[in-house]
Design a protein around this ligand. Structure first.
Ligand SMILES: O=C(O)[C@H](O)COP(=O)(O)O
Length: 235
């Protein structure tokens, strides 16, 4: 299985809290995704199933990866449970401005703390996902106005058990394009990380992670694939 955090988005570049907001990739992000795709192509990766969140930065990253792997026609599933952790009222704020206002430690707790979360978006707020038609098929009670990493982990693990484990048991090769915090939560679960470990764990954009499993879908190990042009052949 290959996991990948989407390439640089407009709000990554502007250093703004993003969560379920939906900025596009930047030109640098497109180039980053193309480097990841070349890395997968050189190693001959092919996939039986492809998943992303419902946010365009993850969908576009997946499309770029599949296009030149000759897998344009592979069906893609967009599952809301792969969306980034919902950042509540922080969404859209500049991370540096937030740091100036409340201090680096508080901002770190919001971003990396396992149980911390910011103020929620109210259900009456038009920006709450319950008003977004893209989630019209989801039970509105399940749509968050803010999440900590623990809550994010619950929905990602639900997705994992329902969608991915049966495929791995059938020997299928899976590609998942998602987000920094959903992948932190998923790898915490698969690798058995402690809360202290996951709080220190960062995932770079557009860097493929190769995850291996035994036939019973028990995780064996994982590593990053090196996308630097000179390193690709020997990775
Ligand atoms: O949602 C965001 O702002 C980013 O995708 C991830 O942000 P983080 O590094 O602050 O968790």
């Amino acid at each position: 299985m290959i996991l990948i955090r989407h390439a640089q988005s407009q709000w990554n570049r502007e250093n703004r809290f993003t969560g379920w907001a939906d900025p596009p990739l930047t030109a640098a992000g497109v180039a980053e995704a193309e480097r990841a795709r070349d890395c997968l192509r050189i190693h001959g990766y092919r996939f039986d199933a492809a998943y992303s969140s419902r946010l365009q930065r993850a969908i576009a990253t997946l499309d770029i990866l599949l296009a030149r792997l000759g897998q344009d026609s592979l069906p893609r599933v967009q599952d809301w449970r792969l969306n980034e952790r919902h950042y509540g009222a922080l969404q859209g704020l500049d991370k540096a401005e937030a740091t100036a206002r409340v201090g680096a430690h508080q901002v770190w707790r919001w971003r990396r703390g396992y149980t911390d979360s910011a103020a929620p978006l109210l259900r009456s707020d038009p920006a709450h996902p319950a008003h977004d038609l893209r989630y019209a098929d989801v039970d509105p009670q399940r749509l968050p106005g803010v999440e900590n990493l623990a809550r994010t982990r619950e929905r990602v693990v639900g997705f994992w058990q329902e969608q991915i484990i049966p495929r791995i048991r059938r020997g299928e090769r899976i590609l998942i394009s998602a987000h920094g915090n959903t992948l932190r939560a998923l790898i915490m679960e698969l690798a058995g990380m402690s809360v202290e470990q996951v709080e220190q764990f960062e995932i770079p954009t557009a860097t493929p992670i190769l995850y291996r499993f035994d036939p019973a879908a028990r995780p064996l190990d994982w590593r990053y694939l090196n996308t630097e042009p000179d390193a690709r052949r020997s990775a």
